[in-house]
Design a protein around this ligand. Structure first.
Ligand SMILES: NC(=O)c1ccc[n+]([C@@H]2O[C@H](COP(=O)([O-])OP(=O)(O)OC[C@H]3O[C@@H](n4cnc5c(N)ncnc54)[C@H](OP(=O)(O)O)[C@@H]3O)[C@@H](O)[C@H]2O)c1
Length: 336
């Protein structure tokens, strides 16, 4: 496979690039920040600098590959405009440039459960349910999916919607592990304890590759399911948030963990404080008002059956084992 990976320097991108390179695929990595591309230099891959906003310098590469894994995106930002610029307009630019190639590549668009929204009535979301994103981030990811549907008659696109992704190298979910590791404390940000879907990055990456090979593409036929070509990829377990705290504690080798439910007002105040500090430092943080909005919206679970049936995908290990592997990596690298 000849593949172009956008967002190659990110958490998921680095895992995907290593996976592809280790299997002998030809990989072109689009990177934005030279420092972040350093770990990729040791791999047998081609590095090309560029941004989604300015595709002119690299758009021709789209015609030289079979597959584009589109991972570049913004998960935390201070403004609606920034989410739109990168997640929506960046995706549109990429699809438009792909459509202009003589040989149009297949695109695997990495979206998010946030684009679909929280699950309702205790049932994990399925792909065919109408999306109801609740956050600015989620709405931008949904708008990117809509761009993919708009271009579907010219560019074959498969959409993967992961829930929370965790694993080696990730600093965002690390913030969930830290209070359990340091103080034996797990804070639940709502009174009604939600359930969560998660996926380990080593399980997500094979699903992205399988999507490129076997995934349906978004349908252009109005009679067909408008969400054909969309896949949730998640662990089969979806623990309650308090249970997840206990699973993390077990993975850390802690016998006890104090699970503390936090009233909504406290969550909002903490998010406001965290966002104010981040703004002063001019560095967006993962815990912010937009994330508080998601945290307060109920359960975030999704059903991976379609990916299992159509992509032949299975998680490589149970969630508990994946948590243990991640914590071991954090410890070995001095992050915990
Ligand atoms: N992590 C999760 O829990 C999760 C869950 C669901 C979906 N996703 C989706 O998965 C994708 C990858 O997420 P991640 O966790 O790997 O995020 P990440 O670590 O923040 O990586 C984001 C990547 O996008 C690149 N990027 C950002 N803006 C860009 C721009 N304007 N032009 C070109 N490249 C740009 C970044 O480049 P720099 O290195 O230069 O910053 C980085 O390589 C995203 O689309 C995200 O929405 C993630």
């Amino acid at each position: 496979m000849r593949a172009l990976v956008t967002g190659a320097t990110g958490f998921i991108g680095q895992h995907l690039v290593r996976h592809l390179a280790a299997r002998g695929h030809e990989v072109v990595c689009l990177y934005r920040t030279p420092r972040r591309a350093e770990p990729l230099q040791e791999l047998n891959v081609r590095l090309v600098q560029g941004t989604l906003e300015e595709p002119r310098g690299w758009a021709h590469l789209l015609g030289e590959v079979d597959v584009v894994f589109h991972l570049a995106g913004v998960l935390k930002a201070f403004s609606r405009r920034r989410f739109r610029q990168v997640n929506v307009e960046g995706t549109r630019e990429l699809l438009q440039a792909a459509a202009q190639q003589q040989q149009v590549p297949r695109v695997v668009l990495v979206s998010s459960l946030a684009a679909a929204g929280p699950s309702r009535g205790g049932t994990p979301r399925s792909e065919s349910q109408p999306p109801r994103p609740v956050s600015v981030y989620g709405r931008s990811k949904r708008a990117a999916e809509q761009e993919a549907s708009r271009w579907a008659d010219q560019v074959p696109v498969t959409v993967i919607r992961p829930p929370i992704v965790f694993g080696p190298g990730d600093r965002d979910v690390l913030e969930m592990f830290r209070p359990v590791a340091r103080f034996g404390l797990h804070l639940v940000p709502t009174w009604r304890v939600p359930r969560l879907s998660l996926v380990h990055v080593d399980d997500l990456v094979p699903a992205l590759v399988a999507a490129a090979r076997l995934g349906q593409c978004i349908s252009t036929c109005p009679e067909q399911d408008q969400f054909a070509g969309f896949y949730f990829v998640a662990a089969e377990e979806h623990p309650r948030y308090d249970q997840l705290g206990r699973m993390i504690a077990q993975a850390l080798g802690r016998r006890r963990v104090l699970v503390l439910r936090v009233p909504g007002a406290v969550t909002w105040l903490a998010a406001l404080g965290a966002e104010s500090v981040a703004r002063l430092r001019r560095r967006p943080q993962i815990f912010n008002l937009d994330k508080a909005r998601e945290a307060r919206a109920g359960s975030w679970t999704c059903d991976p059956s379609r990916a299992m049936e159509q992509l032949g995908w299975r998680p490589g290990a149970p969630l508990q084992q994946r948590l243990e592997q991640t914590i071991q990596w954090y410890r070995e690298h001095g992050w915990l």
